[in-house]
Design a binder for this molecule. Structure first.
Ligand SMILES: C[S@@+](CC[C@H](N)C(=O)[O-])C[C@H]1O[C@@H](n2cnc3c(N)ncnc32)[C@H](O)[C@@H]1O
Length: 271
């Protein structure tokens, strides 16, 4: 059905389970770039891939904007993002969060493995002057010298990576942060019943498709997330993190139900 080339503005019916299944079937992907570029081959599918909206809901500029605003506010507050800060988002997608964060910092850099995502992000964020967006083919931050940024964040990105790549990104984040710089790392919680459901979904889909999706979700326990962050050199800021074994104690209303199976480490590069 989707094997043919899609017209740029073509709209698919995401509520049709056959369409959804077909979208994924094509995306086994031999590299992260191929997987995400194919997934994001039209604007609708790129928005769909980042939106975190309930499955099947059609993402629009308006609901993407609204959905991103609350999450961006939480990240900005937890990292203490201010007007003097150089901020890096890794896996910036179509800029769902970037547009909001960029308004409260000095300079914003968004990188992504996918050229398609960066293309759509560029269109959405063309009005902002302090933003640079880069499509980078490798899972590292080799583009940036040591101590370039004050704040770094990953939202719904580490969960799509193999553990080795996730850990390398944490080490790279440590390298590119200035001493005293802060990082936000979001993971999925394997021990939470809804997290485990996500894991089983990935297992069943792999069986059905006869291979693992390149960008499938991968999960951690709170102890594992802690271990990764600390081994990368960071000090975890306990009072800003959400690393309970099962249920996180948010002091705000979570932006959506996925947050119940999040693990969030907010960490500092010691001075
Ligand atoms: C679910 S989207 C999240 C986008 C954005 N952070 C947000 O919250 O709206 C995941 C993004 O990570 C990007 N990505 C996947 N693997 C990556 C990698 N190895 N390095 C950098 N970006 C990656 C994808 O292309 C996609 O844009």
């Amino acid at each position: 059905m989707l094997g043919r080339i899609l017209r740029k503005e073509e709209q698919l019916d995401l509520k049709d389970p056959k369409v959804a299944e077909e979208i994924f079937r094509l995306e086994l992907g031999s590299t992260y770039r191929k997987y995400w570029d194919r997934l994001a081959r039209t604007k609708q599918l790129a928005y769909f891939a980042v939106a975190g909206l309930p499955f099947g809901e059609n993402p629009t500029d308006a609901n993407l904007e609204e959905h991103g605003k609350q999450t961006a506010g939480i990240i900005a507050r937890k990292l203490g993002i201010g007007k003097e800060d150089e901020v890096l988002e890794v896996g910036v997608g179509v800029g769902r969060l970037a547009g909001h964060i960029a308004q409260s910092c000095k300079g914003f850099t968004g990188i992504d493995i996918s050229k398609q995502m960066i293309k759509f992000a560029g269109k959405r964020l063309s009005g902002l002057k302090n933003i640079r967006l880069i499509a980078h083919p490798k899972s590292d931050l080799s583009l940036f010298p040591d101590q370039t940024f004050d704040k770094v964040y990953f939202q719904i990105v580490l969960i799509h990576l193999d553990r080795e790549d996730a850990f390398h990104y944490l080490r790279e984040s440590f390298r590119v942060l200035r001493p005293g710089g802060k990082a936000w790392f979001q993971f999925y919680n394997l021990l939470h019943p809804d997290g485990f459901k996500e894991f089983k979904y990935a297992v069943d889909l792999s069986q059905k498709l006869g291979g693992k999706l390149r960008g499938r979700v991968q999960l951690y326990t709170a102890d594992e997330a802690r271990k990764f962050v600390e081994e990368a050199g960071f000090k975890i800021l306990e009072d800003r993190s959400y690393l309970e074994k099962l249920d996180q104690k948010y002091e705000f209303t979570p932006p959506d139900t996925h947050w119940f199976y999040y693990l969030i480490a907010v960490a500092e590069k010691p001075k």
